[in-house]
Design a protein around this ligand. Structure first.
Ligand SMILES: Nc1nc2c(ncn2[C@@H]2O[C@H](COP(=O)(O)OP(=O)(O)O)[C@@H](O)[C@H]2O)c(=O)[nH]1
Ligand SMILES: Nc1ncnc2c1ncn2[C@@H]1O[C@H](COP(=O)(O)OP(=O)(O)O)[C@@H](O)[C@H]1O
Length: 213
């Protein structure tokens, strides 16, 4: 990353897509390549999948525990998705924003809308489209982590999710993975570089103007 000056105002980078379009894979790679980017670990009531780790991929909670957190206003946003509940806990996000750090969200369009409404300056919304619904089905089947009826439900929901891509800041098709990853990384880098996020510029500029040459 070319620009490590502080203080900064953090980016809330939101990546959404229909299930199977590839957002988790793209987000994992973005996290791996950017040490300063923090993943918002969601709470969910959905069952844990093989290979997932509680506390790393999600915090898996009961419906009762989720409702208790809703009642306590513990989520920046939450939504019902594919018959389960998902939410982004406020605490880590508030701390990251206060410290000028960037947060990555893998959440659905409903959550994206809520974060954008609550944090209009900070939220950047990216929507990832699949090459086709047929390819979406192929990816979900190949991933082989959901029961056939769960996969069918997700494919049925895909069109409803794609309908909402119009309000996103950036939209691209995840066909070739490396090309798509480069696109996501470029978006993140460009958003980090926006002047209003780089609060250090005013002092830096003043120092340059004081320089005697
Ligand atoms: N609103 C909201 N959506 C979430 C959250 N966490 C995950 N999701 C979304 O819920 C949907 C289902 O996620 P998941 O069960 O992991 O399935 P996947 O999309 O196939 O990986 C995806 O669209 C996620 O982006 C959250 O905290 N809030
Ligand atoms: N560009 C791509 N081309 C082919 N397969 C992909 C591509 N991107 C992701 N996949 C695969 O598709 C499946 C779904 O990807 P995943 O990242 O889990 O999607 P999502 O989080 O959107 O549900 C995974 O098996 C993943 O390895």
């Amino acid at each position: 990353m070319s620009n490590n000056h502080t203080p900064r105002r953090g980016v809330l980078l939101i990546v959404a897509s229909p299930s199977g379009a590839g957002k988790t894979s793209l987000c994992r790679r973005l996290m791996a390549d950017h040490g300063g980017l923090e993943l918002s670990i969601s709470m969910t009531t959905r069952p844990i999948r093989p290979g997932e780790v509680d506390g790393r991929d999600y915090n898996f909670v009961s419906h009762e525990e989720f409702q208790r957190l809703v009642d306590q206003d513990a989520f920046l946003e939450w939504a019902d998705v594919h018959g389960q509940r998902y939410g982004s806990p406020r605490g880590p996000i508030d701390r990251a924003l206060a410290e000028g750090r960037d947060v990555l969200f893998d959440i659905d369009w409903q959550g994206a809308a809520q974060v954008a409404e609550k944090c209009p300056e900070d939220a950047v919304r990216v929507f990832i489209l699949p090459p086709s619904l047929e390819e979406l089905r192929r990816r979900l089947i190949t991933r082989s982590q959901d029961a056939p009826e769960v996969i069918e439900r997700r494919i049925k929901n895909a069109k409803g999710e794609i309908e909402h891509c119009d309000v996103f800041d950036y939209v691209f098709v995840n066909d070739d993975f490396d090309r798509s990853y480069a696109e996501l990384a470029h978006i993140y880098h460009a958003e980090r570089s926006r002047r209003f996020r780089n609060l250090w510029v005013a002092d830096y500029k003043a120092a340059l103007l004081r320089e005697v040459v």
